[in-house]
Design a protein around this ligand. Structure first.
Ligand SMILES: Nc1nc2c(c(=O)[nH]1)N[C@H]1C(S)=C(S)[C@@H](COP(=O)(O)O)O[C@H]1N2
Ligand SMILES: [Mo]
Length: 338
């Protein structure tokens, strides 16, 4: 298991390496004393824990409270050289979010107008306990966790992002799926008034943006519903107020600004599969051995980079999470189920 979950008070100095722990900004600014007795921090942790460059957001009070209550840390090991945190400015300035345009800078330019408060999510389909629920109540029963994950886009660029959120598995368990629930289907908001990319008459996406997971993928402990990143709430361009993060799959599976989560019997058709089924499949597991029909997937350009230094690194099987997730696909032909 790559996830090690520990209470701060359980951590020992040997577990706390600069690349493996990042303190939430508020906790950091509140001082090390806030971490509780018994935890000795190596002196160099604070350099990495420093989110003070990250601009203040505008989170509602309940979300501020959830974030400052992020007491459990899932520590995913990372290569300190290759997997340094992507600067916040890159993670929030270079995005794919077609609801706001197709240029990488469009989401940062145009998503600010999206009204994310109040927000509610519909949980429906093959569940005994569904309905529409305010995001605050949706988040309330779960403890926020911080997860530092690689994000690998199918376009062969990648980042390393510290997310804040709750395991999707907890949400599904609360919904109490029926025996017919085999898949989970997700939908993004449709609102052309707020999402200018949805007003474009030549958009290739048939809105809403849809994604899906097999139930066991959705229940996997790495699968996160994020409501924050870098110690604060999500910027709109990153999918506020609620987005999926599935770190072993190409980025397009990590659907943003979710309004509906449905447990379903049949495998959903996700948006990119609908647009180009020969290029994008349902599974979309990161796989350096299975190329996209138009480009290699063997390497990736890790951001930040430039024309002069593309910062190209090898792509890892299941994006580096094979030890945790390979068993989900035992016996499957991954060339066929791309
Ligand atoms: N609703 C919606 N979700 C989306 C997308 C999108 O266009 N619309 N783009 C996807 C793609 S292709 C990627 S790579 C990631 C990018 O996430 P980031 O901008 O936070 O890095 O979001 C995914 N989620
Ligand atoms: Mo992507």
């Amino acid at each position: 298991m790559l996830i090690k979950i520990a209470k701060p008070s359980d951590l020992h100095e040997s577990d706390v390496t600069p690349e493996s722990i990042y303190l939430s900004r508020r906790r950091f600014m509140g001082g090390i004393a806030g971490l509780g007795a018994g935890l000795a921090l190596p002196g160099n942790v604070s350099a990495n824990a420093d989110y003070s460059d990250v601009p203040e957001g505008n989170a509602p009070a309940w979300l501020e409270e959830k974030i400052s209550d992020t007491q459990w840390r899932a520590i995913t090991p990372s290569d300190p050289e290759k997997d340094a945190l992507t600067p916040f400015d890159d993670a929030s300035g270079y995005n794919n979010f077609f609801e706001f345009g197709t240029d990488k800078r469009d989401p940062a330019r145009h998503a600010g107008s999206l009204e994310t408060q109040p927000w509610s999510v519909v949980v429906d389909g093959e569940v005994n306990n569904g309905g529409r629920i305010a995001l605050e109540d949706f988040a309330k029963p779960s403890q926020f966790e911080e997860r530092i994950y690689r994000l690998r886009c199918v376009e062969a660029w990648s980042m390393v992002i510290p997310w804040l959120g709750i395991p999707l598995a907890e949400v599904i368990k609360r919904a109490d799926p029926t025996s017919k629930a085999n898949y989970v289907r997700f939908e993004t908001l449709v609102d052309p008034d707020q999402m200018r990319g949805q007003r474009s008459s030549f958009s290739i996406i048939d809105w809403p943006y849809v994604e899906g997971l097999r139930l066991d993928e959705a229940m996997h402990p790495l699968t996160l519903l994020a409501m924050g990143m870098y110690g604060r709430e999500l910027p709109n361009q990153n999918g506020a107020p609620l987005r999926l993060v599935v770190p072993w799959k190409y980025g397009f599976k990590s659907i943003k600004s979710i309004v509906r989560i449905s447990l379903v019997e049949e495998q959903p058709v996700n948006s990119w599969q609908q647009i180009a089924p020969n290029e994008y499949g349902f599974y979309a597991n990161v796989n350096p051995q299975v190329d996209h029909p138009r480009w290699s997937q063997a390497t990736e350009r890790r951001l930040p980079n430039s024309l002069f230094n593309t910062n190209t690194i090898d792509t890892l099987m299941f994006n580096g999470y094979a030890e945790d997730v390979a068993e989900l696909y035992a016996g499957m032909d991954l060339r066929k189920h791309y």
